[in-house]
Each structure stands twice: as C-alpha cells, then as structure tokens.
Design a protein around this ligand. Structure first.
Ligand code: GLV
Length: 317
C-alpha cells in the first residue's frame, strides 16, 4: 500500500521528521522555512491526506477546497484561529492542537515580558549599547515595581493559571476575568472585565482569538486603566486594537506595554517603533528548543495516531 501523503509547512527538528518518515510520504519545507504562499499551499495540497501546519498558515475554505483528500490537520500551536474549524467539520476533517506542552514556557515568557516592561529592560540596554551612559544617577531609567502590585489576567485557562501561580512569588494580588469563572482559580479572584482594567497594575492578555475577542482591548478599555499600568499581550494580534494602543502609549493613557503578538504580523503598526515605552518581541512566547520540539512532536504524534487508527491525543474537533 502506498504511504499516505503528508505536507509539513515549516521546518521541524530532525527527530520529528524521522518519527513521521516510516508512515508518511512527506512533502516538507526543511530547506527554506518560509511560509508557503497561498498558491503554493493550494498546489501542494492537491493530493495530500495529512497536514502539519503552523499559526501562520491560514487554512480556510479556499485552501480546503483545494485539498479534497485531506483527513487530518495538526496545528503546531495551541491556538487554532488560523483554521476555519467549521469548514473542516463540514468536510469531515479532524483538527488537533498542542495544549499543555507549552503552558509553563509561555507563562515564563509572559513574566519575562512583564518584568522587561516594568523595569524598562530593552530601553536600558539600547541606552547602554548606543553609548549614552555617562554614569549612575538616582532617577536613571526608573521603572515601576512588580512585587506587591495587582496582576489582572484576561483569560484564565491553563496558561493564565500558570501565570497566576508565578505571581505568588512576587506577593501580588491576582484578579482575573473569563467568559465563565474558572473552576480552578484558587490563586486569583474573579472580577468583571471593567473592574480588571480599572484595578490592575499589570493586565496580561491570554484569551484565544475569535470574533468575540477581536479588539477586546480598545480605546475604551485602555482608558479604564491606571496611567501607571502596563499591558502585556501574549495572546494574539487582533485581541488588541493596535492603533488605539499606540495612541494610549503616546499620550500617557497607560504607562507601557509588552507585546509578543501584533495585528497583521509579521507587519506591525509603525507607531510602536517610535515609542520607547513598549517592549516588542516576534511571537516567541513558546519558543524554547524543548517546548517547540514538544509542540512539533505532539503535532506529529497526533498525525501518527490518526494514520494508525488510534485515538487523537489532543483533538480540537
Ligand atoms: C502560539 O501562538 C500558540 O497558539 O501556540
């Protein structure tokens, strides 16, 4: 029997590729590792049964229509907003994601961004590297304290809870808002969304992106925040109205922001580049070698399970 055909859209670590090679006839992107264009994807999917893709591959009706044999999509991410799940369902295509394996690493990164934002880390490094440092002074690059303040978490899922756990070490009070109060949120107090924006010194966004969460943080929410507060986004671009955020950062509506995701990334609002009170990173919250390896392998293991008639490990639909 010929092996089923698998397309892997981005470079994966060698052991992951090896684990798949006995079962699948693989089309890969190991040499180039740039996203396929829409027309490349459409052409490459014509006779493919399985797809291992990433957050930058938009899998919509047009793409699915070009992939009549597709049975299973493994998204190498926990978020699946890049995939039209309804359209997959309608075609009987199953979809998997990569929860759990990235929870702790992503929570670590939320803290890295929060600390860097509070203590002006990247701004301080630029200052030093650019040769501006003439010696110590009392008010030099003074930031804000993290310990003893209030952390507000919008989206109390697995990653939100892991962020809350870390806040205990900083003696912070933690409030959160979710569509529904979380069942296991003993480290944080549920508040309405408005109260979260008003009371938190640091607001961390961890909500999945969907039409309901599009621009869940816009000019209105930013104006509720304290002028001393910082906003941290590790969720998705589109959750924040970036134009409104540039405005709020420029005018002092809020103090600072730490952003790992952007509307329309890899492009970003040029306004951010003009500002010194924003820490910018290129969507790397889950990016440690160990965790990215675990994400790739979990995606691969889901495909192997499907091809071998076993239950999917982490099905979305
Ligand atoms: C990354 O952004 C993910 O959803 O895993």
């Amino acid at each position: 029997m010929p092996k089923p055909k698998l397309l892997i859209t981005r470079r994966v670590y060698d052991p992951v590729l090896q684990s798949l090679s006995g079962v699948f006839d693989i089309g890969h992107n190991q040499d180039r590792d740039e996203p396929f264009t829409r027309s490349e994807l459409i052409q490459k999917l014509a006779d493919v049964d399985y797809l291992l893709c990433s957050v930058v591959d938009r899998i919509d009706e047009e793409i699915l229509a070009a992939a009549p044999k597709l049975k299973c999509i493994a998204n190498g991410a926990v978020g699946t907003n890049n995939i039209d799940l309804k359209a997959c369902s309608a075609r009987g295509i199953v979809v998997t994601n990569t929860p759990d394996v990235l929870t702790e690493t992503t929570a670590d990164f939320a803290w890295a961004l929060l600390m860097a934002t509070a203590r002006r880390l990247t701004e301080a490094e630029h200052y030093l590297r650019q040769g501006h440092w003439r010696g110590w002074s009392f008010d030099q690059l003074a930031g804000v304290d993290v310990h003893g303040t209030t952390l507000g978490i919008l989206g109390m899922g697995r990653i939100g809870s892991a962020i809350a756990r870390r806040a205990q070490g900083f003696g912070m009070s933690v409030v959160y808002h979710n569509r529904r109060p979380a069942s296991d949120a003993s480290l944080a107090r549920y508040v309405e969304k408005e109260a979260l924006f008003k009371s938190a010194d640091f607001v961390v966004l961890v909500v999945p992106y969907s039409p309901e969460t599009h621009h869940i943080v816009g000019a209105g929410e930013l104006s509720l925040m304290k002028p001393s507060a910082c906003l941290i986004n590790i969720a998705r671009g589109g959750v924040v109205d970036d134009k409104a955020l540039v405005q709020a950062l420029s005018t002092g509506t809020i103090r600072a922001a730490g952003l790992d995701v952007f509307e329309g990334e890899p492009a970003l609002d040029p306004g951010f580049l003009e500002l010194s009170n924003v820490v910018l990173t290129p969507h790397i919250a889950s990016s440690t070698r160990a965790t990215r390896g675990a994400m790739m392998q979990l995606a691969a293991d889901n495909l192997l399970a499907h091809a071998q008639g076993q239950a999917l490990l982490t099905p979305v639909i």
